[in-house]
Design a protein around this ligand. Structure first.
Ligand code: AMP
Length: 356
């Protein structure tokens, strides 16, 4: 029996009146627990070490009802039956998948919110590009060979998290000065302003911004705060700083709330719609929250450099709603929206469509 069938069988045996929402205590867990509680679910926090982290005591409304303390993230696999006994639905976030490892997460015999099949498409930059470009979502140009560098580029590494190790080269000689070891990915450096669009796709909702199946919501938006590039101007120009051995880096340290000028919203929804429709075609759909990471140029054109297929940490800015979600329902965070989706799916007897 494959993992999908196994999980479907486990889910069929769940007591739908006693579902527990669980996640790993990191990333967006406070928001996920807070939202699940508002929707009436019990919550469980999976944490490392012999006792729960003390900082949860500081946030009583976001503290899970109970903790499961483990030695390592991979040990989650050894506790699958304990989680199943509690009717657990796991809500994955970026750190959850990263700490556990994509393969371990994929094989986890506990129902998880969303479609696991998306992992294979987002973790590989080449497949992600096939997905987005075939959907008609504009992306930064790829430069195949260093000798073809004819404009400023950003050199990225496969699977690099938080932009660590990325570097900017304004021409071929700057690239050669660094002489990076492959595999790397050379991409046009898009000059503009960044917007990280937090969408939610529901295959079981039939109102609002409708798609071929279900509907699309735009819940919020942020801009990531990245060290050192975002504040290095305080010390002088990038060129001068190189003489002191200081180079721009892109390590995410926090998030800032932001909104788009209203006339750009049609383009934003168009990209969201195309991304979901293509995902339905390619792998059965990207269900629940996802983020399009974009740059808007001075021609008012979007370039999307990445898709994150689950809740992103930028949504933590909006536990009580955002300038977008307020027009749908007050007090609606992405964490709460996930819990609401599970609640709606239970009501409609369609839980297996949003949990795999
Ligand atoms: P990523 O790991 O692809 O999310 O990229 C990390 C950071 O690098 C982003 O948050 C942006 O600040 C920056 N970045 C990524 N791609 C580009 C691009 N093509 N042009 C300009 N900046 C970029």
């Amino acid at each position: 029996m494959g993992i999908i069938e196994k999980v479907r069988k486990i889910l069929a045996g769940y007591d739908r009146k006693k579902i527990t929402i669980a996640t790993v205590c990191s990333h967006s867990s406070l928001q996920i627990f807070h939202g699940a509680r508002l929707e009436g679910f019990k919550t469980l926090g999976i944490t490392m070490g012999d006792k729960p982290p003390k900082h949860y005591d500081a946030f009583p409304k976001a503290k899970p009802d109970e903790f499961m303390c483990l030695d390592s993230y991979t040990a989650i696999r050894d506790h699958e039956s304990d989680l199943v006994a509690k009717n657990v639905i796991v809500v994955p976030h970026g750190s959850f998948v990263e700490y556990m490892g994509a393969d371990n997460f994929n094989d986890l015999e506990v129902p998880t919110f969303g479609n696991r099949a998306v992992l294979g498409w987002e973790s590989d930059r080449d497949k992600e590009r096939v997905w987005l470009t075939s959907a008609g979502v504009p992306m930064p140009r790829v430069i195949e060979r260093p000798e073809d560098i004819d404009r400023p580029v950003l050199v990225k590494y496969h699977g690099a998290k938080g932009g660590r190790g990325f570097f900017i080269a304004k021409d071929q000689s700057e690239f050669e000065a660094v002489d990076p070891k492959p595999p790397y990915h050379i991409q046009e450096y898009v000059v503009g302003t960044r917007y990280y669009l937090h969408f939610f796709y529901s295959p079981i909702t039939n109102k609002g911004f409708k798609l071929s199946k279900g509907s699309l919501e735009l819940l919020s938006m942020d801009r990531r705060d990245e060290a050192n590039i975002d504040e290095m101007y305080k010390l002088g120009s990038q060129e001068n700083l190189k003489d002191h051995g200081i180079y721009p880096t892109f390590v995410v340290t926090g998030n800032i709330p932001i909104i788009l000028r209203e006339s750009l919203l049609p383009k934003a929804f168009d990209m969201g719609e195309r991304t979901v429709e293509k995902s339905l075609e390619l792998f059965g759909g990207m269900i629940g929250p996802f983020c399009l990471e974009t740059i808007v140029t001075d021609k008012l054109e979007f370039k999307c450099f990445e898709v994150s297929s689950r809740i992103v940490a930028g949504t933590n800015l909006f536990p009580t709603g955002s300038p977008y979600s307020d027009y749908m329902e007050p007090q609606m965070s992405t964490g709460r929206r996930i819990a609401r989706e599970i609640k709606n799916a239970i009501k409609l007897k369609r839980l297996a469509e949003v949990v795999t």
